[in-house]
Design a protein around this ligand. Structure first.
Ligand code: KIV
Length: 315
């Protein structure tokens, strides 16, 4: 409940117990006119009460004051609404949609058009979180002009706030060109699933010195180019901590330990909708597969036994 005070032009009082103070002046002939004015202003203020939106700048401030950043994926309007309402800082429209939404084995098949469809659905459900969208495989590796065109399509057609790209030195020219156009870029190093056929497995990355050194160098290149954050996927916790300490931009980990500046998980994994995927880093907060399965079984039974609909559930 908000406390509102209406104040005439020359009155003075203590404001500290009020959320809003409305100062009005000019000629007002009756008390009821004044009260109507206050009511109108109050309604307008309530409607426009500002939600502090998460921006790339807010994320950097969070790192500076040591506040961890929470990030989850979402691919559709309904779940994005819940995740945003719960207060998540960043929503990633990940190309993991290729796996969890479309049932593909890898992230490679999802197209730019499909990512834009998912991203625009998410954006319509979000009031506060920063919405970051993956550039899908094949939409940026060609050259920096192709990369820029893809990034611009995502920003224009979905209304998202930033894009994410996998890779370091190899994609630096594209990262810089996209940043020059004013599009914020989040990097992604370590296990980069778009390169799964190069790696051959989804095992932990950068356990050898050479790969660890390249990862540290790449993270510095991305920061210097102007990326606002970097995701580190499935690398040793000590290495991830070193990278986070070495950079001023936030480092968000998935399977990278707790020495980084924030964490990201795939929503369908942490809600227990997916069952087969069980990496060590995954904490499941619900077992929605079984809950949904049970509800559907019950519904089928109710339909078959003509228990549903009952008299109160019909017209
Ligand atoms: O696509 C995705 O969901 C991701 C996260 C795993 C970071 O890139």
């Amino acid at each position: 409940m908000l406390n509102t005070l209406g104040l005439g032009a020359f009155e003075t009082t203590s404001f500290q117990n009020y959320d809003f103070v409305i100062i009005f002046s000019g000629e007002m002939s009756t008390n009821s006119e004044i009260m109507t004015n206050i009511a109108v202003k109050y309604t307008q203020m309530s409607v426009h009460k500002e939600i502090k939106k998460v921006t790339t700048h807010v994320l950097i401030e969070m790192k500076q004051r040591g506040e961890k950043i929470s990030m989850l994926t979402a691919y559709d309007y309904s779940l994005a609404t819940i995740v945003d309402d719960a207060g998540i800082d960043v929503i990633l429209v990940g190309d993991s949609a290729s796996n969890v939404m479309a049932g593909h084995e890898t992230t490679l098949p999802i197209t730019l058009d499909q990512m834009i469809y998912h991203a625009s659905s998410v954006v319509r459900g979000v009031n506060r979180a920063l919405v970051v969208v993956d550039l899908p495989f094949g939409s940026y590796q060609g050259n920096s002009k192709v990369a820029l065109d893809s990034a611009i399509r995502i920003m224009k057609e979905s209304g998202a706030h930033a894009i994410k790209m996998e890779g370091g030195a190899e994609i630096l020219e594209s990262v810089k060109r996209i940043l020059t156009a004013g599009v914020p870029v989040m990097g992604h190093l370590g296990l980069t699933p778009q390169s799964i056929y190069k790696f051959g497995t989804y095992t932990v990355r950068a356990t050898e010195d050479a790969e660890a050194e390249k990862l540290i160098a790449d993270s510095k290149l991305l920061e210097e180019a102007g990326c606002f954050a970097i995701v580190l996927e499935k690398i040793p916790a000590d290495l991830a901590r070193r990278v986070a300490e070495n950079l001023t931009i936030p480092v968000i980990g998935i399977g990278a330990g707790n020495g980084v500046d924030g964490q990201v998980l795939v929503l369908h994994d942490m809600l227990g909708i997916t069952k087969q995927f069980n990496p060590r880093f995954l904490r499941r907060y619900l077992n929605l597969y079984d809950s949904i399965h049970g509800a559907v079984r019950q519904y089928i039974g109710d339909v078959k036994s003509v228990d549903f609909p009952n008299e109160k559930e019909q017209y």
